[in-house]
Design a protein around this ligand. Structure first.
Ligand SMILES: [Zn+2]
Length: 451
């Protein structure tokens, strides 16, 4: 078999980047404001900008919703808009959504709407912000790592500056601003205030994109008579890293899955050395960026090194070393949650249950298989990136969502190795059957749409 060209030794690298702000300036009328003291910008929003406008249009909270509209007949095309953060509410309920929760309209959502309305930039006012905190200023100078995705037209935003109240007073005049800010603090509607400010505004910023790289680690055992078909075994090797000086160990999430993939690779390699190599090629892939948003598996599934239509299955292992404290039924030392075996291929369940009965005898728990389950586990690990491309998947999982989940206390002393071994044995014998049976798994069930 030819070594796939996108594979450098054992690694498939993929690009990431951070945006760093180099400089920004905001001049309104004759006043020039100071970056970091009077205003901040977020470099993640757009390319470098350098724009001028003769008018700032005040648009209340910047909302257009079924029960509440700040835009009305205001023409904001080609203009800079100014709005307050937050949303109007009455008796604890949001006026725009009618919901008790007041978090429907983030700044992000508002600057997307402003773009759709034709505005060129936005000025965001927080009624109770007199100064900028150091953290705000530092965070605004650089973005976190970003996975490069094309921005869809629906997600495009206008560039925006967040200003302190002194700047707002400068724009609106002090008395007008005091009146508006008092209303905003009280959550009163602001959609009847038709204010157009005829001040020349110049707004610019420059940023620099700094490239980074991450990688998926891939090894494979070549098959025999069906070597051009593939069985994937996956887990993610990233976790949350360090915050301040606290280490997030991620023993279960997903040290357990990463070591499972390695153990299975060693076992399949031993079997091959003993003359029992798999008929299909087995690919062992540990991915990075899972905790950031399934980056590594997204990249792999968009840049596959082995054809996805010849990939019979992905068996993904993410957290298999512990016991779900909320599971009150059955034997807590002899179960695994099995997710996805009723989707894409009707072969999955039969093989999974038959192999379990013959070799593992675990309680197969289908609780998280319900697409309406509020944890939405089906969409939350790397198998989903195979599923969205039509590859049948099974996801193996221990259900441990408390109390150490994504905490520094997810440590190796809490792993139940006897239980983990039983689970990995099931995954191994399932992969064995899938690698050696006569046919690839058929694809006869449509994947339910992501909602
Ligand atoms: Zn995980």
């Amino acid at each position: 078999m030819q070594h796939p060209s996108g594979l450098k030794s054992y690694q498939q690298t993929y690009p990431l980047y951070k945006d760093t702000l180099l400089d920004a300036s905001l001049k309104i009328g004759s006043s020039k404001f100071i970056l970091g003291k009077d205003f901040i910008v977020t470099p993640g929003t757009a390319d470098n900008i350098d724009l001028k406008s003769n008018q700032i249009i005040f648009i209340g909270y910047g909302i257009d919703d079924k029960n509440y509209d700040d835009y009305g007949a205001k023409n904001v095309k080609g203009k800079i808009v100014a709005f307050f953060a937050g949303e109007p509410n009455l008796n604890g309920k949001s006026l725009s959504s009618g919901l008790a929760r007041n978090a429907q309209w983030s700044t992000n959502k508002k600057v997307i709407l402003a773009k759709q309305k034709g505005a060129v930039a936005a000025i965001v006012i927080n009624a109770s912000m007199d100064t900028l905190s150091k953290t705000m200023v530092n965070n605004s100078r650089k973005t976190n790592l970003i996975y490069p995705r094309p921005v869809s037209a629906e997600a495009e935003k206008v560039p925006y500056a967040i200003i302190v109240n002194n700047v707002a007073k400068n724009i609106f005049t002090e008395s007008n601003f005091s009146e508006l800010a008092a209303k905003a603090k009280a959550g009163e509607p602001l959609n009847n205030n038709n204010i157009a400010i005829n001040l020349k505004t110049k707004f610019s910023y420059k940023k620099r994109q700094i490239p980074f790289e991450s990688s998926n680690v891939i090894g494979y055992i070549e098959g025999t008579d069906k070597k051009d078909e593939y069985v994937f075994l996956t887990g993610h090797y990233d976790h949350l890293g360090k915050r301040d000086n606290i280490i997030f160990y991620g023993a279960d999430d997903d040290g357990s899955g990463t070591t499972s993939v390695i153990e299975m690779a060693q076992t399949f390699a031993r079997a091959k050395a003993a003359g029992n190599g798999p008929r299909r090629t087995i690919v062992f892939m540990t991915v990075s960026g899972e905790e950031k948003g399934l980056w590594g598996s997204e990249y792999y599934s968009d840049h596959p090194l082995f054809p996805l239509e010849k990939t019979s299955v992905d068996l993904n292992t993410d957290m298999v070393g512990r016991t779900d404290l909320d599971r009150k039924i059955g034997d807590s030392t002899n179960y695994v949650y099995v997710v996805g075996d009723d989707k894409i291929s009707s072969d999955l369940k039969t093989i999974s249950e038959t192999q379990n009965k013959k070799y593992a005898n675990l309680e197969l728990d289908y609780k998280y298989n319900d697409p309406n389950d509020r944890q939405r586990i089906y969409y939350r690990s790397d198998h989903y990136n195979f599923a969205r491309k039509g590859v049948p998947i099974i996801f193996y999982y221990d259900g441990m969502l408390r109390p150490d989940y994504h905490q520094p206390s997810d440590t190796i002393d809490k792993i139940n190795f006897d239980l983990m071994e039983k689970r990995v044995r099931l995954i191994f014998v399932t992969a064995w059957e899938m690698a050696n049976r006569d046919n690839m798994l058929k694809r006869d069930i449509a994947l339910p749409a992501l909602n």
